[in-house]
Design a protein around this ligand. Structure first.
Ligand code: NCD
Ligand code: ZN
Length: 346
């Protein structure tokens, strides 16, 4: 029996596109299904100024195949030297939709991130004034904090103090991985949203470590215990408009993933919408998928919903997704959920 679901064209509120050959290889995987995406600025060197964001936007648009439509929503990488006036000008021109906070050293290409939060106070105050959202990589980097606790500790030690000190600052807690984060979002009455990735709805830490290490399941923030995955599923499928999709699709070549010190990141752009249909159906919440993937994000970012639609179709036979995307730098492995998927985007 064929089942189908038509929804407003979705957006991805957290995406890594990289640059150059990698950008050209992975961009179609997102643009095929998604209308827009919040583009992460953690290039080497990072996208710090409005001018750099404009140039990166141009490179993305010139890498877009002629038969595809896609709008990159640009972000600035917050450093201790970021100029509040440059941020305000980049926002006023319509170019920049968010500023990204990486605690220094928290993840891939985050060395230029923030160490001393007092140094970025003028930027945060300007952002609160103009309504520009702050996207946070919510993990502390203190060596004495266990990697599985770094998100929960970030909320108490960094995020809540920043929000208390900066009334009106609009914050997106990105790629949340814990019940603690979902509870914190629900406990606040305004100016706070959270993105959830596809893979964190599917894997827990056992999937990474039991029966042999699975480098393709290693990303940051690292997947947590099963109880946290269940809490994320509940948040995503609840219909609560504060939770929306940010895939954090983060391509690394297999050569960079499969080594003694492998890179963090799951590449999910190719099959995300099919996997989400599977997940939402499994939880009896297919009717909430459109809110999560297509409506709650634009509402938070105060942007219109996409004009178009996509149709998801469920077929009897399992769908064969490509195992890898070929790039001139080498293959990038597509996230394998570890179970048969019957949904596909028509
Ligand atoms: C991201 C990357 O590869 O750029 N990696 C990841 O594991 N998610 C960085 C990030 O968002 O943390
Ligand atoms: Zn990311």
């Amino acid at each position: 029996m064929t089942q189908s679901l038509t929804i407003t064209r979705p957006d991805d509120w957290h995406l890594h596109l990289r640059d150059g050959d990698m950008l050209r290889a992975v961009l179609p995987e997102t643009a095929r299904h998604f209308g827009r995406a919040i583009i992460m600025p953690n290039l080497v060197p990072p996208v710090v100024t409005g001018e750099q964001a404009g140039a990166y936007r141009d490179r993305i648009l010139s890498a877009l195949p002629g038969d595809m439509t896609f709008e990159p929503l640009m972000t600035l990488y917050l450093t201790e030297d970021t100029d509040p006036e440059d941020v305000a000008a980049a926002h006023a021109s319509g170019l920049v939709k968010a500023v990204k906070l990486y605690p220094a050293g928290a993840t891939t290409n985050s060395a230029s991130g923030v160490r001393d939060f007092d140094k970025v106070r003028p930027v945060l105050e300007k952002m609160a004034e103009i309504g520009l959202p702050l996207c946070t990589h919510g993990e502390v980097t203190d060596p004495d904090i266990d990697i599985f606790d770094r998100e929960a500790v970030f909320i108490d030690r960094v995020l809540d103090p920043i929000r208390q000190a900066t009334p009106g600052l609009r914050v997106v807690m990105e790629h949340i991985t814990t019940r603690n984060a979902a509870d914190y979002v629900r406990s606040q009455d305004k100016d706070l949203g959270a993105t959830i990735t596809t893979h964190h709805l599917i894997i827990n830490r056992n999937h990474i470590l039991v029966g042999g290490i699975k480098p393709h399941y290693y990303c940051l923030p690292v997947a947590k215990r099963e109880e946290h995955r269940i809490a994320l599923r509940a948040a995503a499928t609840s219909g609560d408009h504060r939770f929306f999709l940010g895939t954090d699709s983060a391509p690394h070549t297999d050569a960079n993933k499969l080594q003694a010190c492998g890179c963090a990141g799951c590449f999910t752009a190719t099959n995300t919408m099919a996997l989400l249909a599977h997940v939402f159906e499994e939880d009896g919440a297919l009717d909430q998928l459109e809110g999560f993937a297509s409506r709650n994000g634009p509402a938070f970012y105060r942007l219109p919903e996409n004009p178009g639609q996509i149709t998801l179709v469920k077929q009897d036979a399992p769908v064969a997704f490509p195992e890898q995307i070929d790039t001139p730098d080498g293959p990038v492995t597509v996230f394998d959920p570890g179970f048969p998927v019957h949904w596909t985007v028509a």
